[in-house]
Ligand binder design. Sequence first.
Ligand code: ARG
Length: 476
Amino acid sequence: MARSTDQAAGRENPPETQVLWNSRLREKPGPAAFAFQASIKVDKVLAQDDIRGSRAHAAMLAAQGIIEQETAAILDAELERMAGELESGSLVVDESAEDIHSFIEGILTSRLGDTGRVIHAGRSRNDQVALDLRLYLKRELPRLCAELAGAIETLLDIAEKHTGSIMPGYTHLQRAQPLTLGHHLCAWACGLERDLGRFEDALKRLDQCPLGSGALAGSSLPLDRKALAAALGFPEPTLNAMDSVADRDFALELASAAAITMTHLSRFCEDLVLWASEEFKFINLGEAWSTGSSIMPQKKNPDFAELIRGKAGRTSGNLMTLLVLLKGLPYAYDKDLQEDKEALFDSLATSSQCLAMFRGMMAGAEFNIERMQAALEGGFLEATDAAEYLVRKGLPFRRAHEAAALIVRDCIEAGQRGIAGRGLAELKNRSPLFEADIYEAIKPASCVAARNLPGGPAPQEVKRQIAVLRGKLSRR
Ligand code: ARG
């Protein structure tokens, strides 16, 4: 086949096929207006998916006797060639085309003439884009899920080393009760594990083939939708053609899963930023995971954690974009839907990238266990344990709470930093039930060891939680 210089340079987009809707309109939008309504800059990532869909469609058209077998073979060979050329870079997506579907069909027609012109029988860009998006998500999401699983594994590896590292736990950012670093990191891992489930769940629901839905009402041609679904690796075709082209709830679900994941990362990073401060000094982020200041020579800033926290704003915004985008749309397809991709792709890319950064930052961090231990002093984190000691001796909890609270008050008035500073007689003053074993019961290590209920911070229990989470990951 003779190739023009444009073709040789990988730029092929003959004017005749620039748009797929030439004949009806006498006028075409001007260059700025045309570019405004084009989506190629965003949907060009769907090129391989579009080709895959086209190959399945051509084969199905032939199997159903709608086109000749020989024609289908030529189409298939050319589409396969195009896929290879796009891969190698010898064919470059022309960004002056309207969208990826027009581009692929345009190239096919420019190379094959009338043979290329048969491909769109029974098909619309509406079902094409719905298909391409699903195919794209099915091949891209496993990577994001692997990134999530990797972040969880890193957290669990660190947690495993710190099942016995006691630190203060906080509520209202005030010291609350002693727990272990392993327990804290396991809490984070639990959130990410549910995020993974959300992505997997959304993936299962979008696993239906929309091809054959046409513009909105299917086709009068005898298309074989089951064969299309099978050829493209879907368990079944979508049930309703209109729903297939109109709905983007799968995009909402994924953008939501991404926004929730990023909200998790953002909160973890908020902890890290606090912990990295001189005031806390619980963590030393690696130098390779910190940045300096252009003016203050001494600075080592937790920029990576801050930026991940900041990027959570984008993913919340993208979810909002998609919700608002869909809210008022009359059924079925509306061009508004073209706006779905930018927001969704950005959410997925942002989550992937932030998960990788978070994982690297965590792996490169050192924990300052001495500082964590030191922070256990002075906050009366043992007060609940003192109250529960009295409950074990038979005192109603409200009375025990009152006695412990008064002891804390006594300590503060006497300038003492912990309940252990009070003598037994002073403690008995508040409750005669106190005995000498109270001092053992309120040591941080005892407080943590005693909290061995399922879910608690006791080292053995945290080991169990880590094993459960690892089991969930390995069963995937
Ligand atoms: N570029 C379009 C999109 O992303 C493809 C579908 C166009 N369909 C149409 N009827 N204009 O949604």
